[in-house]
Design a protein around this ligand. Structure first.
Ligand SMILES: Nc1ncnc2c1ncn2[C@@H]1O[C@H](COP(=O)(O)OP(=O)(O)OP(=O)(O)O)[C@@H](O)[C@H]1O
Length: 211
């Protein structure tokens, strides 16, 4: 399994955010996409999961352009963006049942409750997510990860934002477990985070290269 960014160029409006960006991610790798505000981190992540098309270059999964793989590629990844993908009107546990069902690997109500409990959301599990705090909403989105260990590729945009210390530690543990099982993680953060990975890589978007 591998994800390859091959000579990617991204243009937004009349601005070229990056050009000729290339890297390879293998099982057990963690790639931290770092850079200043506006340097193109979110734009790159959206490109890597197929939500945005590159102006030039291609993203390859197992050596094939993700544009030709479509659903086959989508079924291998979990993407959690800034907006978290959490539906306000649904209870926390319902969000998990629905997101796993849409991903083709549905969990039961009990499994959803257990995942939320693990992230300290036991009592909040039965509330509509609109009633939760920012950090709690983030936890609901991230509970999806402990249910998605089978998905080899996780792409996470600022997963640590709004989390308190204990939730950051729990999330680091979940990500490290995924990596030790051969998963791959690409993430952005403005925090210093310590993950145990086979290869802990950093892509500096201001430099436009791996450091
Ligand atoms: N659809 C768009 N049209 C025009 N400009 C865009 C579009 N999407 C993003 N941009 C611009 O591209 C730049 C990079 O945005 P992006 O969200 O990728 O940055 P980022 O590195 O993730 O920033 P942050 O650290 O603040 O989250 C910004 O200047 C943004 O305004």
């Amino acid at each position: 399994m591998s994800l390859q960014a091959h000579s990617l160029t991204c243009i937004r409006g009349d601005l070229q955010l990056f050009a000729d960006l290339s890297f390879d991610i293998q099982p057990g790798d963690a790639l931290w996409v770092s850079g200043t505000n506006g340097s193109g981190k979110t734009s790159l992540l959206r490109m890597l999961c197929g939500l945005a098309a590159p102006a030039a270059g291609e993203v390859r999964w197992q050596g094939r352009n993700i544009r030709s793989l479509r659903d086959e590629f989508c079924s291998k990844l979990i993407y959690i963006g800034h907006a978290n993908g959490v539906k306000d009107d649904l209870m926390a546990w319902e969000n998990l049942v629905i997101s796993t069902t849409l991903a083709g690997d549905p969990v039961s109500e009990e499994e959803a409750h257990q995942a939320l409990q693990h992230l300290g959301l036991g009592r909040a599990a039965d509330l509509p997510t609109r009633a939760l705090s920012q950090g709690q909403r983030k936890r609901v989105a991230l509970a999806r990860l402990s249910l998605g260990m089978k998905m080899p590729l996780w792409i996470l945009d600022e997963p640590f934002t709004a989390l308190d210390k204990s939730a950051v530690a729990a999330l680091c543990g979940t990500i490290s477990k995924h990596l030790s099982g051969g998963g791959m993680v690409i993430y952005t953060t403005h925090q210093e985070i310590d993950l145990s990975a086979k290869r802990a890589l950093r892509l500096d978007m201001n430099e436009g290269r791996l450091c």
